[in-house]
Design a protein around this ligand. Structure first.
Ligand SMILES: Nc1nc2c(c(=O)[nH]1)N[C@H]1C(S)=C(S)[C@@H](COP(=O)(O)O)O[C@H]1N2
Ligand SMILES: [Mo]
Length: 330
């Protein structure tokens, strides 16, 4: 695997994360590794490479246990089952995550999330809706037929993968929420639970995680309510019991473990935009021609093969979504 030895420029959404935090996170002391070796070492190590099969199976366990296991695996979507690339292996995708509520160290998220119970779960719906109400997990899972869709996924940090998500179009959930005609945006708020989420003790972040979409983006057929991956309900590291998946945008626009939805007339702020406004905008559509202030977006790295390839405009979904945007909306 060529990426194992390749020293790379350190790419991280969190600009304050320093080398000592990384080493501590990996369980190493400060001695022994040279500064140059660290970023390459971290990048190349998907975690799974060092794990035996038994340990990795822990990473595949649904955070809702056996509940509703009869709904999985769901039927493959005819429209979205083919990806012109190799599917990312489950053990790779399940051990390389961004979920800052647990830790900023990607290959440790799954271990810290192990045993986290995502039941019971409630979702409050509010803001510009006919009537505020609360959904439970069963309502959410049965709101529309589940299907499996294989999408490309691209983090703003330049890593990328291809995985089969299970869920249904977000538009079905929006319809169920009955937003008022004046609603223009949908906002998602993730779980807040300092006792169970160690990352939320870090005061540098505006907890809880929150994200938003323009309502017409959210209603696009590609945008998904996601409740499963690789044919089973979501393990915690993927944002159990449900998250949103928006495959043409950078990964941070796909919020995990959502407990509240709000409809608004004004454009909401978002977690990353409020934390580091000059680096993360609202639209955040994947675009190889628009560099991040600290790195190029021209190329991406596949976490399965370690290979680099050119980034695709709208992450390869330009044909479907380009018409949603005017020139300045990136
Ligand atoms: N609640 C919450 N949602 C989140 C994040 C997070 O830290 N917290 N990270 C985001 C980022 S930066 C990415 S790239 C994706 C990663 O999704 P994955 O770990 O399932 O691949 O989740 C996004 N959703
Ligand atoms: Mo990301």
């Amino acid at each position: 695997m060529d990426h194992l030895n390749k020293p790379e420029q350190e790419i991280s959404e969190s600009n304050y994360l320093n080398r000592r935090d990384i080493l501590r996170g990996l369980g190493y002391g400060a001695a022994g590794l040279t500064a140059l070796s660290v970023p390459g070492f971290l990048r190349g190590m998907s975690g799974s490479l060092l794990l035996d099969d038994e340990a990795v199976k822990e990473a595949f366990k649904p955070a809702i246990g056996d509940l509703h296991s009869d709904l999985f695996p769901a039927k493959k979507s005819e429209a979205y089952s083919i990806v012109p690339r190799t599917l990312t292996e489950e053990k790779v995708a399940s051990t390389y995550n961004n979920f800052y509520e647990f830790t900023t160290v990607k290959n440790r998220v799954w271990q810290m999330a192990k045993g986290f119970k995502a039941t019971p779960w409630k979702i409050d719906v509010g803001g510009a809706v006919e009537k505020e109400f609360t959904l439970d997990l069963e309502d959410l899972l049965k709101l529309a037929p589940l299907e499996e869709r294989t999408y490309r996924f691209r983090c703003v940090e330049t890593w990328a993968m291809q995985v089969p998500w299970t869920g249904y179009p977000l538009s079905k959930l929006i319809d169920r929420c009955k937003p008022l005609g004046k609603a223009k945006y949908i906002k998602f708020i993730s779980i807040l639970d300092k006792d169970r989420l160690p990352g939320q003790s870090d005061p540098q972040w505006p907890w809880p995680y929150f994200e938003a979409l323009r309502l017409d983006e959210a209603r696009h057929d590609l945008a998904m309510v996601c409740v499963g991956i690789f044919g089973h309900a979501l393990p915690m590291q993927f944002g159990a019991p449900w998250r949103v998946i928006v495959p043409w945008k950078y990964g941070y626009k796909s919020p995990k473990s959502i407990v509240r939805i709000e409809f608004t007339e004004e454009k909401p702020s978002t977690f990353w935009n409020s934390a580091i406004p000059n680096e993360y905008g609202f639209y955040s559509n994947v675009d190889p021609s628009k560099p991040h202030p600290r790195w190029s977006q021209a190329m991406e790295r596949d976490i399965g093969t370690g290979k680099r390839r050119p980034t695709l405009l709208y992450n390869g979904y330009a044909e479907q979504v380009a018409s949603l945007y005017k020139g300045d909306e990136h």
